[in-house]
Every structure is written in structure tokens, then in C-alpha cells.
Design a binder for this molecule. Sequence first.
Ligand code: DAT
Length: 174
Amino acid sequence: MARTQPNIIVTGTPGVGKTTHCEMLAERTGLRHVSVNQIVKDKECHEGWDEEFGCWIVDEDKLLDAMEDEAKVGGCIIDWHACDLFPESWIDLVVVLRVDSTTLYDRLAARKYPEAKLQENLDSEIMQVLLQEARDSYDEEMVVELQSNTSDEMDSNVDRIEQWITQWRKDNAE
Ligand code: DAT
């Protein structure tokens, strides 16, 4: 069955602005902000808490089962710091948000991340880990890299994604 609404992944290193972008987009477009973190917690799609990295040890099979029905319907803006686990057939657009390291440092320090976790995330952003993961996992035409340092950039990103959604809806209208 064809989707009547697109599914979009908004990914990037923690602190890059995923949640803020997803909330703005959901409000403007009526698509649903799907926080994977929330699903992992609420539906217990994990094998416990990793003390060292301060995150859930995700059970990916369980997570995909929990998300499948919603993904089939479409209209999900998926907010997660990974993207390679989702089947390509579920996804119409992958947005990778990027940020300068000084700005990311300030945002993660404001969240009181422990030094090791902060450094690991900074390294990951500098090494473009999520961008590479997206490019390795999806058709290159589906992957868009957007800067998220300032609120002006955020506004223009949201405008651009909203326009993409409008176009997708036109192209896929019955
Ligand atoms: P994530 O969900 O990727 O962890 P977030 O949306 O919670 O990130 O944003 C982290 C903090 O940074 C939050 O205080 C909002 C701020 N922020 C994010 N993107 C921004 C941008 N483009 N301009 C200004 N502030 C931004």
C-alpha cells in the first residue's frame, strides 16, 4: 500500500537540534514528531541502560516492530541519532543536521553531559559519523545535509523541509 504522507528521518549528533526541528515541522505540517527515544522507553525496546554512555541499549528488532504500523501509514518525522536501522522502503527523506564544534560543545555542556560523553559526541560530529551513516544507508538523492548553528539556519531548514513535504504531497496525490 502506498503512503499518502511521507516519512522523514531527522538525524545528527545529540545537541544538533533534532527535537527542535521536528517539533517546528510537526506544528507547521501536521506530520507527527516520532521521538525514537520515547518509544524505546515507553515500549521497552531495550536491553537495559548503558551506564558508561548514559543511553539505552536498544533492541532494534523490537523497536522496528513497535514502529512498523505507524511507518506504513506514513507522516512520521523520525527523531533519532542513528538512521541505518530503518528499512529504506520506509523512508522518503533523510535530513542530517550539522553544527560547528564550538556551538555543539556549548549545547552539550549546558546539558551537563559528563566530559567523556561530551568528547565522544564532539568527535562524532567532527568525523561526520551520522552523515556517513546516512550516505551509506540510503540513496544519495534522499540525503540532505543542513547546518543548524543559528535560529536563522533553523528557520530556513524548516522552510525548506516544509516545501519538500508540500511537493511530495503534490507528487503523490491520488
Ligand atoms: P537534539 O534533539 O539533536 O539533541 P535539541 O533540539 O534538543 O537537539 O537542541 C539542543 C539545544 O540547542 C536546545 O537548547 C535548542 C538549541 N538549538 C538547536 N538547534 C539550534 C539552532 N539551529 N539555533 C539555535 N539553537 C539551537
